[in-house]
Design a protein around this ligand. Structure first.
Ligand SMILES: NC(=O)c1ccc[n+]([C@@H]2O[C@H](COP(=O)([O-])OP(=O)(O)OC[C@H]3O[C@@H](n4cnc5c(N)ncnc54)[C@H](OP(=O)(O)O)[C@@H]3O)[C@@H](O)[C@H]2O)c1
Length: 254
């Protein structure tokens, strides 16, 4: 699946104008989830934008209370109704918890795919072993694993696994929820390139060939800056400096 390098994370977005502005600025990948309780907001922003529906990759995630096999189809349909669309392009298992049962849930997702309620299937917060188990129970290729990925939580093993199995890592919380502004290594790379730590964190995530990212932003200025960060090219020593950070902060532990 061909995802744009930078998409919009919408956790905490409660105003359709943010989504409309993002599309106006050039975003073409919108990421929401049932648990964010803003699918209606995202749908409204998409509907009121001048950007055509078929230009946008719309992603949502089934929360753990909709992962029991018998809940998958109705849960998906409820999301589509809130979003105001016939189908999404990307449907995720948000976490391998709650009603998640690899065989039953993944078979139900195959069915939802066959019904064209989604174009692609994906998972989120899965370990390599959990990804492989899910794929073994599902005929549809699992095209992405959305995971926490930023300079304080690097997950290099998962990048290798994604490369080996040919799926995309969708890096969430690429700005570590704002903490990247306080990391000296990121600050020094930002100073060198005369840019912001946010841009460096995004460019660093994108320096890996199988990674795209979904920073959340609210203002037009932040939205535009994050999208433009895809054009910032870091030097190999910048990437190595950030890779060498030995502190770890996981914002969303299982
Ligand atoms: N799959 C999962 O389990 C999971 C879990 C967590 C998150 N996610 C996804 O990942 C997305 C992003 O993660 P996140 O919301 O945790 O954090 P994030 O994207 O790392 O950081 C967002 C924060 O950074 C600020 N910001 C954004 N651009 C900036 C810029 N250019 N300069 C300065 N500050 C900037 C935002 O403020 P403003 O809003 O004021 O611009 C916001 O406070 C979420 O929205 C969600 O879609 C997925």
């Amino acid at each position: 699946m061909d995802l744009p390098p930078v998409g919009l994370g919408t956790m905490g977005v409660d105003d359709p104008h943010v989504v409309e502005t993002a599309l106006d600025v050039g975003y073409r990948h919108l990421d929401t989830a049932q648990i964010y309780e803003n699918e209606r907001v995202v749908g409204e922003g998409l509907a009121s934008s001048d950007v055509a529906r078929d230009e946008v990759t719309l992603a949502t995630k089934l929360w753990i209370d909709n992962l029991a096999p018998e809940a998958v189809e109705s849960g998906t349909q409820a999301s589509l109704d809130r979003l105001g669309v016939e189908a999404v392009e990307l449907l995720y298992v948000h976490r391998p918890r709650g009603g998640y049962d690899p065989a039953g849930t993944m078979r139900a997702l195959d069915t939802v795919r066959e019904q064209d309620l989604t174009t692609h299937l994906a998972v989120s917060n899965f370990t390599p072993a959990q990804y492989e188990t899910a794929q073994a129970h599902c005929e549809t290729p699992i095209v992405a694993n959305q995971v926490e990925f930023h300079p304080l939580f690097q997950q290099q093993d998962l990048l290798d696994h994604a490369r080996e199995h040919d799926y995309t890592i969708v890096a969430y919380s690429p700005l570590a929820g704002g903490e990247v502004f306080d990391i000296p290594e990121v600050q020094s790379v930002a100073e060198k390139h005369d840019t912001s730590p946010a841009a460096v964190a995004i460019a660093w995530a994108l320096s890996y060939d199988n990674v795209v990212t979904i920073p959340k932003a609210s203002s037009r200025a932040h939205l535009a800056a994050n999208l433009a960060a895809a054009d910032l090219s870091l030097d190999p020593e910048d990437v190595r400096l950030i890779e060498g950070i030995d502190r770890e902060v996981e914002l969303f532990p299982e």
